[in-house]
Design a protein around this ligand. Sequence first.
Ligand SMILES: Cc1cc2nc3c(=O)[nH]c(=O)nc-3n(C[C@H](O)[C@H](O)[C@H](O)COP(=O)(O)OP(=O)(O)OC[C@H]3O[C@@H](n4cnc5c(N)ncnc54)[C@H](O)[C@@H]3O)c2cc1C
Length: 447
Amino acid sequence: MYDPLINTHAANQPLPNSYWASTIALPTTNAPLKGTHQTDVAIIGGGYTGLLTAYYLATEFNIDCHVLEANQVGFGASARNAGFVLKGSGRLGYSAMAQRWDLDTAKGIYGEFTEAVERVAGLIKQHQINCDVQDTGYLKVAHNPKALAQLQATAGFIQQHFGDGAEFIDRNTFCQQYMNHQQAYGALRLNDGFGINPLKLLLGYKGIVEQAKVPISEQSCVLDWQQEGSKHRLITESGELLANKVICAGNAYTPKQFSPVIDNKYLPILSNVIVTEPLTADELQQAGIYTSQVTMDTRILKYYYRLLPDNRLLFGGRGAVWGKDGAKPIYGQRLKMALDKCFPSLSNKKVAYNWTGWIAASFDDMPHVFTENGVGYSLGYCGAGVSFSSQAAYRLAQSIAGQQTPNLPLYRQPLPPQPASILPFAQIKRLGQWGYYHYGWLKDRFG
Ligand SMILES: Cc1cc2nc3c(=O)[nH]c(=O)nc-3n(C[C@H](O)[C@H](O)[C@H](O)COP(=O)(O)OP(=O)(O)OC[C@H]3O[C@@H](n4cnc5c(N)ncnc54)[C@H](O)[C@@H]3O)c2cc1C
């Protein structure tokens, strides 16, 4: 398996064998870049960020651009994720944001995250993207009494400062009305998340970019990036693209040592998803699953789950530490054991799909959307980029077009470099991550 800390690049690879890929006939891939081409803005990466940046550059700002994707669009996290459209990105809570900066900044970020969810919903509606939108609501489940108290405080903080977007649900109500989850102590419900089929969404985005007449070259991995004065020359296997500006939208799939602007400023981490066989109406009743609202728990090593439109249960959590171990069955098996602990009556259900994908974690737990000297990027969604990538793409397009973006750390600060204690050696980074997983496991189990 491709490991962005170890391998040079992932090129000419098929989409993963995910549940999502089984739900739709995949379109044929676009032709690779051949010969020399010119554009104003070159976009490296055909996930949500790259495609939507192209869409906004073309449709809102009339700026010429060209997307280069190493594989098929959606090869990265955008067609591997769990399809949770959530109000949030990164890993920092709102009260932590208010402490790190101030309340107005936290409010501003909350506003951006809210707009992100609205933006995705708006794109789906406006362009009639058929991506299996499910019930509205994002449930955060407390895995122990301490987490329950924190969720209650979070609900209070949101209600006090941001309005009525959150409600606290006690254990009994949760088990009777939402899911009879054996490890839940109660939940916080945010009222504007929803589930979608991420691959269908991605292909919908591809369609609107093509309607806007933006070229998307697939199987066109950028192997070399040469800067000549203020111009950029991006070299692929069979062509080159000359550009005035470049957007790095390769997320965690960006090859190592790609550009000093982003090198060593995020950690690629594997997340793993399993999907069961479809559950019958009796099995659903027995397990006590009454909702398809997207759900995540409060563990340090979080589990996330949702009921899919065909009554399969999707269950996700952390994957292997090292990419070379990513495809080992043990990680899917561990997720199935965790699923069975939540819903014991499902222990006989088989896992039908199991896949992994890389997420990009920034070292300050926040995404950063940043442009300087004609090079822009958006990175550090930490596993929550389905909605925020849309807002990030809009803000990236605005800043490329010379417009002011909101004065928030999201858009004003570059990705912080990795802490000095983590040397730029892949094995040492991975050992640190392995240690953190053990700490998280102990903390999640013993509080
Ligand atoms: C298993 C999993 C579950 C997740 N679940 C959720 C969820 O439920 N909700 C949520 O909000 N977020 C979730 N995420 C995170 C979310 O999927 C990502 O934040 C989001 O898809 C990032 O989109 P992107 O366009 O920035 O990057 P990606 O989708 O990763 O796209 C990057 C693209 O760049 C291409 N690329 C890289 N280098 C080059 C190069 N040199 N030349 C050309 N192309 C290149 C890659 O091939 C890739 O297609 C999950 C992620 C994973 C892995």
